[in-house]
Design a protein around this ligand. Structure first.
Ligand SMILES: Cc1cc2nc3c(=O)[nH]c(=O)nc-3n(C[C@H](O)[C@H](O)[C@H](O)COP(=O)(O)O)c2cc1C
Length: 422
C-alpha cells in the first residue's frame, strides 16, 4: 500500500524541510493557492469522506462547514496534539518523523477556513515533537510558506506552538480552548460548539494531528484517490494504528482503514508473541470497550467497530494474551481516568474513584456479589457526566462486564484473583 503519512520514514530521524520540499512537499499548498478557492478546498475535503482521527470520527469537512463566515473578528484553527490517551502514540510518531506534513495540512485547512492565526497544542513531554515543529515552522517562514502574503496569494498565516501543562482533560476540545486561554482546563458547555464560539469567543476548529496530516494528499491527489487507499468501499483513506501489548511487533503502522482486526494482528503485528494466545484487545485507545476473538473479522473502521459494540477511537490497539487478568487490566485503566478527572462535575469526580475502589476490592479478593450490579449502575450513571471523559472511562468497564462477566464472578467466588495477581 502507498503510505502517505509515514511514507518518508527514516529510522529514528526527522525529515528535513529540504527533503520534504524536494519530495513534492508543499505541492498541495501551491496547487490550492494557485488553482483553488477556499470553498473548493473545503468541498474536496468533504468529498474525500475524511473523518476525524482524534477519537470521535466526526466528518472533517462537515465540521468546517459549521464555521460562520459572516461574523466579525478572527477565526482560529487549533491542532490537537495532546495525545494522552493510554495506548495511543500515533501523533507523536508522525510529529517526530515529519512535522512538515502537519504544517502543510494546517496551511491548507487555514486557507479553506479563512484563518490567519493557528495553534498547535502539544502534549507535555513531547519535547522532540515540539522541537521538530519549531524548526519546521522556522524553515517554512524562511521559505515564504508562513507569514504575510504566502507565495504572493494574499493569504497570510501565523502558526504558534503551545505546550500543555499536562492533563488528560486538556485533550477535550473545549477544555483545550480554556487551557490555551490560560484559565482552568475544564470542559465548556456545548452548544455553543467551538466552530461557532471557541477561542476568545471566536469561531474555532479543533482537529487532530493525523486528521490534518491527511489533507495534503487529499488536495494533491484528489478525494477519490485518497478514499481508495482504504480496504473497503465503506471506509475512506489510511489510518495510523499504534500497537502495544502481547504481539510480536509493537509499532505504529499506517494501514488501509477497514482492514480486519485479525488481518492487522496476523499481518503487520507479526502475530502473537511466542507462547501467547490472543485473549482480548482494546481496539481504539483506553476509552473503548474490549474486543475478543469473536471480533477477529471486524473491519477496523468507524461504523463497523461501532456496530460490533466498541469504538475505533484513536486506533491505539492494546493486545492482551491468556495470562492477562481483565479485572486487573480494567482497574489499571480506571486508575488513570480517576486520577485525570478534572473534578468539574460530580458524576466523574466522585464516580470514577468509587468504581476504582470497587474494582480494587474485587481484584484483591474482597469483592461482594452485589458489586457487579453496582458497577453496572455506574456504567449507566457516568454517561450523565458533563463531558466524554467519564463515559469513555466506562468503555472498558462495560466491555469487562459484558464479555468477561465470568472472570469477574470468579474473583468474587474464589476470594482472590485467579491469575495470581494478589
Ligand atoms: C477526555 C478527552 C480527551 C481527548 N483527548 C484528545 C487528544 O489528545 N487528541 C485529540 O485529537 N482529540 C482528543 N479528544 C477529542 C477532542 O475533543 C476532539 O474531538 C478532537 O480533537 C477533534 O479532532 P478531529 O475531528 O480531527 O478528530 C479528547 C476527548 C476527550 C473527551
Amino acid at each position: 500500500m502507498k503510505r502517505i503519512l509515514l511514507g518518508y520514514e527514516r529510522a529514528g530521524q526527522c525529515l528535513t524541510f529540504d527533503e520534504y520540499s524536494g519530495n513534492n512537499g508543499f505541492a498541495a499548498l501551491r496547487k490550492a493557492l494557485g488553482e483553488m478557492s477556499p470553498a473548493q478546498v473545503q468541498q474536496t475535503v468533504i468529498d474525500s469522506g475524511l473523518r476525524g482521527r482524534g477519537g470521535a470520527g466526526f466528518p472533517t469537512g462537515k465540521k468546517w462547514s459549521f464555521v460562520p463566515r459572516d461574523l466579525p473578528g478572527p477565526r482560529y484553527l487549533i491542532c490537537n496534539a495532546d495525545e494522552m490517551e493510554p495506548g495511543t502514540y500515533k501523533d507523536r510518531v508522525l510529529l517526530e518523523q515529519n512535522p512538515h506534513l502537519l504544517i502543510e495540512g494546517m496551511l491548507l485547512a487555514c486557507y479553506a477556513l479563512g484563518v490567519e492565526h493557528a495553534f498547535i497544542f502539544v502534549r507535555r513531554g513531547y519535547e522532540l515533537a515540539a522541537e521538530n515543529l519549531r524548526q519546521g515552522i522556522a524553515a517554512a517562514h524562511r521559505a515564504g510558506l508562513l507569514g504575510r502574503n504566502i507565495l504572493g496569494s494574499g493569504f497570510s498565516l501565523e502558526l504558534d506552538i503551545h505546550q500543555s501543562a499536562g492533563r488528560y482533560i486538556c485533550g477535550e476540545e473545549t477544555a483545550l480552548i480554556n487551557a490555551l486561554e490560560g484559565v482552568r482546563a475544564n470542559p465548556r458547555v456545548k452548544p455553543p460548539f467551538p466552530a461557532v464560539k471557541g477561542l476568545w469567543g471566536q469561531p474555532t476548529v479543533v482537529n487532530n494531528v493525523e486528521t490534518l496530516a491527511n489533507i495534503p494528499a487529499i488536495i494533491a491527489r484528489g478525494p477519490a484517490w485518497w478514499r481508495g487507499l482504504a480496504a473497503t468501499p465503506e471506509a475512506a483513506g489510511p489510518k495510523l494504528f499504534c500497537i502495544s501489548g502481547h504481539v510480536a511487533n509493537t509499532e505504529c503502522f499506517e494501514l488501509p482503514l477497514g482492514m480486519t482486526l485479525g488481518e492487522i494482528i496476523d499481518g503487520p503485528c507479526g502475530g502473537m508473541r511466542p507462547g501467547s494466545r490472543f485473549k482480548a484487545c482494546i481496539p481504539g485507545g483506553a476509552s473503548t470497550p474490549y474486543f475478543t476473538r469473536e471480533h477477529w473479522g471486524v473491519a477496523m473502521d468507524f461504523d463497523p467497530v461501532a456496530r460490533a459494540g466498541s469504538r475505533l477511537g484513536t486506533g491505539g490497539i492494546i493486545v492482551f494474551d491468556q495470562t492477562t487478568c481483565m479485572v486487573g487490566a480494567t482497574l489499571n485503566l480506571i486508575r488513570f481516568f480517576a486520577r485525570e478527572s478534572c473534578g468539574w462535575c460530580t458524576p466523574c469526580r466522585e464516580g470514577l474513584p468509587f468504581v476504582r475502589h470497587i474494582l480494587e476490592r474485587i481484584e484483591n479478593g474482597r469483592g461482594k456479589t452485589d458489586d457487579i450490579e453496582i458497577l453496572r449502575e455506574h456504567v449507566r450513571y457516568l454517561n450523565y457526566a458533563f463531558c466524554a471523559l467519564a463515559p469513555g472511562a466506562m468503555g472498558p468497564l462495560e466491555g469487562l462486564l459484558r464479555l468477561f462477566g465470568d472472570e469477574v464472578k470468579e474473583h468474587i467466588v474464589r476470594g482472590k484473583c485467579p491469575f495470581g495477581n494478589h
